[in-house]
Write a protein that binds this ligand. Structure first.
Ligand SMILES: Cc1cc2nc3c(=O)[nH]c(=O)nc-3n(C[C@H](O)[C@H](O)[C@H](O)COP(=O)(O)OP(=O)(O)OC[C@H]3O[C@@H](n4cnc5c(N)ncnc54)[C@H](O)[C@@H]3O)c2cc1C
Length: 672
């Protein structure tokens, strides 16, 4: 098999720890790329996408598989009494101390359905009226796959849900769906028996469908209701969060998906920035903004997966992009936040106004400081972008000497990447081993050389890598290219927009790789040995984004991203593919291996590193230090205590969450 053929096959298979049939998600993902291509082509032909206008409302979503159910259509009694569900897997430090007792509104615990002071139908009706009918009672998407209790079983729709379960667009168009399989907890998915009751489990109970004109008032009303009734509050944008932070048992959720407004501001002016900017609603996703800006001559930062939401978890948690080496993290570029705080007040946070809140929202993590309604961020000039097609190499065989040579080459590549990213460039690379974990390979999804508009300067930027591989006798694939626009470059790697190809069902850990480790001979070797163990012995895949997050800071403007970003040459996501076709207990073993062995080994091999709070293991030890940096965490905790002193907002591993724990029934309770 030729190298490209081998690599393409292995790429499709790469994350599978088990039987090949578990890889259907990848194969499906690649075929749905053609569907997306087609969709995009139709949209372009129809001329339906506006660009270069001041206010744009893209509407690229496919219809949801299950119709949203307005509050009136749902049998609430049925719903609330069947919602007592299986237990949530807990992070270390959370105690199982369930009493099973019904609780009242004055308890230290937030209520769950079935508690005797849980709001009655009349209360929910009144809230729905206040919200102008925008309250949605949760019906899990996979209710169509189960006989009860929702009684909407539908074989065709169930098949569609099953087929699309590993795709982001299946979940983000739905008000209460979320991706993380561990938190789905098999209480209502399309893979369990039709006779199993569809239980809400970790699903929120109700969602408020926020709309552009009414969002702030609706959040205010929802927060008042939640406070009055002692309810858990959750904020959901796309549901992409790997740590389950956009869902929560019994919660009232604010669903931001429909806040899609995008307005270009040609001459934004403030003390720290004068230039073009864009104001985006909290529901705007990467593909919305890429599409809307494509003829404007501007670009802004977004994630590698085009469906990640911009103003939600992504930017609030830091937000890396293939342009980070040139323009910084997304959090470094925010000019303004509009946010409704825990007491229901709409405030603007900028580097000058409500400075502490601005600091916290710009990197301190989503879901805990308030409900962001919009974000204004910097725009940059769109121009030609240099890159390379599938820069790739693999071990020549599964013989020990070839595998050793491969890993030496990886260590060297990571070291050579430091000057590469410092020159403003980025590399997105995947390291995996196939078949049977025997032959390791590295392939790049994206090589980005932003200041380069000829293939010659791409070749020059890549020469240290190609020279090194040649000197080592390691065969590689590589060809330089230049894209006319950033979108063209992005689409070649991660597109086509709107949905791209990323699957979403996985076990997840991650680590920021410090420059000092990668550039030290001994520590660098230890790091690659650890990666080798995780990939070839434990069957994980590493997806790394090499960039320099040192740039992008505006004078006098401080964001709260984990300081470990500033010393890192790359962030690596550690991924184990979730396979719904095998026993869930097997998948939980993979999570256990991650938590107890792989992640600690990686942490130990990267002293001075840290984790990216958005792409991490929800069971990470010392998460305050690893996700935020200890000094930073103290400041963030002060901001939390100032703006949300009673703990209205809670999310696992979010700032302030150490005050809370889950009881045995899944209630969030204040620690005594
Ligand atoms: C396939 C895939 C690819 C990814 N690629 C990248 C990447 O290239 N770069 C990168 O940096 N990250 C990436 N991520 C991680 C991503 O940034 C996080 O999953 C992020 O949390 C997603 O934010 P969201 O708002 O879309 O998701 P959600 O799950 O809806 O929300 C995430 C968190 O933000 C909170 N939140 C959402 N909206 C608001 C709001 N309006 N106000 C306050 N809090 C809010 C939620 O409560 C939750 O805590 C990727 C994730 C996936 C699944």
């Amino acid at each position: 098999m030729s190298v490209p053929g081998f690599l393409m096959s292995s790429l499709l298979m790469t994350s599978c720890r088990t039987a090949p049939k578990g890889c259907n998600g990848y194969i499906r993902a690649s075929s749905s790329r053609f569907t997306s291509n087609l969709l995009l082509a139709i949209l372009l032909l129809a001329g339906g996408i506006l660009a270069n206008v001041s206010t744009i409302e893209p509407d690229l979503d496919e219809p949801p598989l299950v119709e949203q159910r307005p509050f009136e259509m749902v049998n609430h009694q049925l719903y609330t009494t069947t919602a007592l569900s299986l237990l949530t897997p807990l992070a270390p430090g959370h105690n199982w101390n369930g009493t099973g007792h019904s609780l009242n509104g004055t308890s230290n615990c937030k209520l769950i359905p079935g508690d005797h002071t849980w709001p009655g139908d009349g209360d929910w009706s009144a809230l729905n009226e206040t919200l102008g009918g925008r309250l949605i009672a949760s019906v899990p998407l996979a209710a169509v796959c189960h006989n009860g209790p929702f009684n909407i079983y539908n074989e065709t729709r169930c098949g569609e849900a099953r087929e699309g379960w590993d795709r982001p667009e299946t979940h983000f168009v739905e008000p209460v769906e979320f991706n993380a399989p561990i938190f789905q907890n098999a209480t209502c998915d399309p893979f369990t028996s039709v006779d199993q009751e569809c239980e809400l489990g970790n699903y929120v109970s109700y969602a408020v469908n926020l709309t552009t004109d009414t969002a702030a008032d609706d959040v205010k009303a929802g927060l008042a209701f939640a406070t009055q009734h002692n309810l858990r509050v959750v904020i959901k944008n796309t549901g992409h969060d790997y740590l389950g932070k956009s869902t929560g048992k019994g919660a009232l959720s604010f669903w931001t998906h429909n806040l899609k407004n995008i307005s270009i501001i040609e001459d934004y002016s403030s003390d720290d920035y004068n230039g073009p900017a864009v104001k985006i609603g909290a529901g705007v996703q990467g593909f919305d903004v890429l599409d809307s800006l494509k003829e404007s001559g501007y670009l802004t930062l977004s994630g590698s997966c085009p469906t990640v939401g911009l103003a939600g978890g992504y930017t609030q948690g830091g937000g890396h992009s293939i342009l980070t080496s040139k323009y910084g993290l997304s959090a470094d570029n925010v000019l303004e936040w509009e946010v409704v705080t825990a007491n229901g007040t709409l405030v603007t946070a900028t580097p000058k106004e409500n400075q502490d809140l601005y600091f916290a929202l710009s990197g301190g993590g989503g879901g805990t400081f308030g409900v962001v309604i919009s974000m204004t961020t910097r725009l940059f000039e769109d121009r030609k972008v240099g890159g390379a097609n599938n820069f790739t190499f693999a071990a020549a065989s599964d013989k020990k000497e070839d595998v050793n040579a491969f890993w030496d080459a990886v260590g060297s590549l990571q070291n050579l990447t430091i000057p590469f990213v410092d020159a403003g460039n980025s590399l997105v690379y995947l390291i995996y081993a196939w078949p049977d974990r025997k032959v390791p390979a590295l392939t790049t999804y994206s090589v980005t050389v932003p200041d380069c508009d000829t293939t010659e300067c791409v070749d020059t930027a890549m020469k240290p890598f190609t020279d090194d591989l040649t000197a080592r006798g390691v065969k590689y694939e590589y060809s330089a290219k230049v894209s006319e626009t950033f979108l063209e470059h992005y689409n070649a790697s991660f597109g086509p927009i709107p949905y791209g190809w990323y699957p979403v069902s996985q076990v997840t850990g991650g680590r920021l790789l410090p420059r000092a480790v990668v550039s030290d001979e001994e520590m660098g070797k230890n790091l690659t040995a650890t990666m080798r163990m995780a990939i070839q012995e434990e069957g994980f895949t590493f997806g790394c984004v090499a960039s320099s997050a040192k740039v992008g800071l505006r004078e006098g403007v401080v964001s709260s991203v984990n300081p470990a970003w500033r010393n890192a040459m790359a962030f690596c996501l550690v991924v184990g593919k979730w396979d719904y076709s095998i026993d869930r207990a097997e998948m939980m073993k993979m999570q256990k291996a991650l938590t107890e062995m792989v992640q600690p080994a990686l942490d130990a091999a990267t002293p001075g590193g840290g984790c990216y709070l958005n792409e991490a293991n929800f069971e990470q030890e010392d998460w305050q230090e690893q996700f935020y940096g200890l000094e930073n965490y103290k400041k963030l905790r002060n901001v939390k205590d100032t703006w949300d002193p009673t703990g209205v907002f809670y999310a696992l591993t979010a700032v302030g969450s150490e005050d809370w724990e889950l009881d045995g029934d899944g209630r969030v309770c204040r620690k005594q």
